[in-house]
Write a protein that binds this ligand. Structure first.
Ligand code: NAD
Length: 512
């Protein structure tokens, strides 16, 4: 319709878009292969993007290598100034980019805007950070010596991103990597190439206005094959990869085999413990939003509720009632709570998980299913569902990227914590309780084993000021706030001797 066409125009999206960009200019692919991007909202084809070849990839890498030689010499606060302007450009394009995120990926319009806001916030954070890339100073054991450490950029940072946060994950990485003095090559998800093309057009104007050399911000379109090239390439010292655990194991192994660095942000299997001392009304909001927001396609989506037996019946009655009020439909219509899944493969995997859950003995309190008819023609709209399960069911141990919520009953908090930790993933976790002892135990060394542990907030979403990431099969990486910037730099320890002798460390004598 007109609105979407206007937005595509504002973001410089064409019917057929090029396969790669080195920042100030777009390259023409040596291949004829295209990726068609379809909207899960209405099933319409939005536009096509060319797929890059290995030759295109090498062009991008060589341009990036060249750019690094000069970019690393630009003072960090000046690099921060470029990121400040990038944040301003995102503010100017927030509505258009947020709408395209919603239309291409299927999340609600509000979440699309929220995702762009996260990009703006990380830019603000990175601008401040550009004057705070601190190292420590130590006292040397030798007289007239000074010892300190400093942080230097790594070089090329490869960014592989997932479909569900099609633009924010790039900004989380790139804003920090740039102020640290790196150049970036982004390989976005093949399911959401247009939002990536739009982002590259936005940064392009900033690069040109500041005479930034070609190769500081690179985009390359392709599927896993391009991801594999990045993972195996010794010219790429850091690969930051967001996606499934399956992908992370492949990337981690390839990068590890060449002793490169990887920053992995992988799947979650997040639980909320609902204690007998919980505020049940507040818990319902946290649980329902956590389970059905983004149609269950967030890495921090609430997949399991571990509920105390004393409040189980009361809580579950409220929960089922709340599910009855959910409006499923066009995510661009702000009256709807739940939009579509990304594509029909995701729908098939949702249906398969429901079958597997039933086969293992799961009892569905709210049935799932695919919606058909007017407004649902894309075939990607599904009903959020709820099942009573055992934590050790195979399907419960697995992350299904869809709105399926599992309920588990518990007696003691120790048992609840063991259940919460009893999955291979370790991203986000929460307890709903007004009991201080329970809250503190949950946050203690005997508590949650996740990278994120919340009290009286659900599992879903996070603020950019904290370090974001998880343990175990979630990959161990940390992005965004706190000192996550260190992952994008190399540490160097420097000792300076300003005496007229050469005393050796540990008092060693070496007379010639
Ligand atoms: P995916 O693993 O299918 O794809 C992610 C990206 O990896 C894509 O760009 C894809 O082309 C690339 N890729 C796939 N296989 C590869 C390989 N062998 N080598 C190199 N690259 C490869 O994931 P998805 O379906 O796009 O996203 C959903 C998953 O992402 C979920 O598991 C979700 O939990 C996870 N996720 C995690 C976080 C986090 O921060 N922890 C954030 C968002 C999404």
């Amino acid at each position: 319709n007109t609105t979407i066409n206007d937005i595509l125009k504002q973001l410089a999206i064409e019917t057929n878009n090029p396969a790669y960009s080195t920042g100030n200019s777009w390259g023409k692919s040596t291949s004829e292969k295209l990726i068609d991007s379809y909207s899960p909202v209405d099933g319409q084809k939005i536009a096509a993007v060319a797929m890059a070849t290995e030759d295109d990839y090498n062009t991008v890498i060589e341009t990036a290598q060249q750019a690094f030689l000069s970019w690393r010499t630009v003072p960090a606060p000046k690099r921060g100034e470029m990121v400040r302007q990038f944040g301003e450009a995102l503010r100017a394009n927030k509505e258009a980019l947020g709408t395209l995120v919603s239309y291409e990926m299927g999340k609600s319009l509000q979440e699309g805007f929220g995702e762009v806001q996260e990009m703006i916030d990380i830019c603000d954070f990175a601008v401040g950070l550009s004057r705070q890339l601190y190292g420590l100073t130590m006292h040397s054991e030798r007289p007239s010596h000074r010892m300190y450490e400093q942080w230097h950029p790594l070089g090329i940072v490869g960014i592989i991103s997932a479909f569900n946060f099609p633009v924010a994950v790039w900004a989380w990485n790139t804003a920090l990597a740039w102020v640290c003095g790196n150049v970036c090559i982004w390989k976005p998800s093949e399911k959401t190439p247009l939002t990536a093309i739009a982002c590259q057009h936005i940064i392009e104007k900033v690069l040109k206005a500041n005479d930034i050399p070609e190769g500081v911000s690179n985009l390359i379109i392709g599927d896993r094959a391009i991801g594999e090239l990045l993972s195996n390439d010794g010219r790429v010292p850091l690969v930051s990869a967001t996606g499934s655990t399956k992908m992370g194991k492949a990337v981690g192994a390839a990068v590890g085999a060449r002793l490169g660095r990887s920053l992995l942000e992988l799947g979650g299997n997040n639980a909320i413990i609902i204690s007998k001392d919980a505020d049940l009304d507040m818990s319902i909001i946290g649980a329902v939003f956590g389970a059905v927001g983004t149609a269950g396609q967030r890495c921090t989506t609430t997949r399991r509720l571990i509920i105390h037996e004393h409040v189980y019946d009361a809580f579950v009655t409220k929960l089922v009632k709340a599910y009855g009020q959910l409006r499923i439909g066009d995510p661009l219509d702000q009256n709807n709570h739940v939009g579509p899944l990304i594509d029909k493969d995701a729908v098939a995997s949702y249906l398969d998980s429901i079958e597997k859950c039933k086969a293992e003995g799961g009892k569905f309190l709210v049935e799932g299913g695919v919606l058909t008819g007017e407004g649902y023609t894309s075939g990607c709209y599904v009903k959020p569902c709820i099942a009573e399960v055992k934590n050790d069911y195979k399907i419960v141990q697995h992350e299904t990227f869809a709105p399926i919520l599992y309920l588990i009953k518990y007696k003691t908090l120790e048992e609840a914590i063991a259940l919460q930790n009893g999955v291979p993933q370790g991203l986000s976790s929460a307890i709903m309780t007004l009991n201080l002892r329970e809250a503190e135990l949950f946050l203690s060394t005997q508590g949650s084993d996740c990278g994120i542990a919340n009290v009286n907030i659900g599992t879903s979403g996070a603020e950019i000021g904290g370090a974001f990431g998880g343990e175990k099969e979630t990959g161990g990486g940390r992005e965004s706030g706190s000192d996550a910037w260190r992952a994008y730099m190399r540490r160097q320890t420097n000792t300076i001797n300003y005496s007229d002798t050469l005393p050796l460390a540990q008092g060693i004598k070496f007379d010639l």
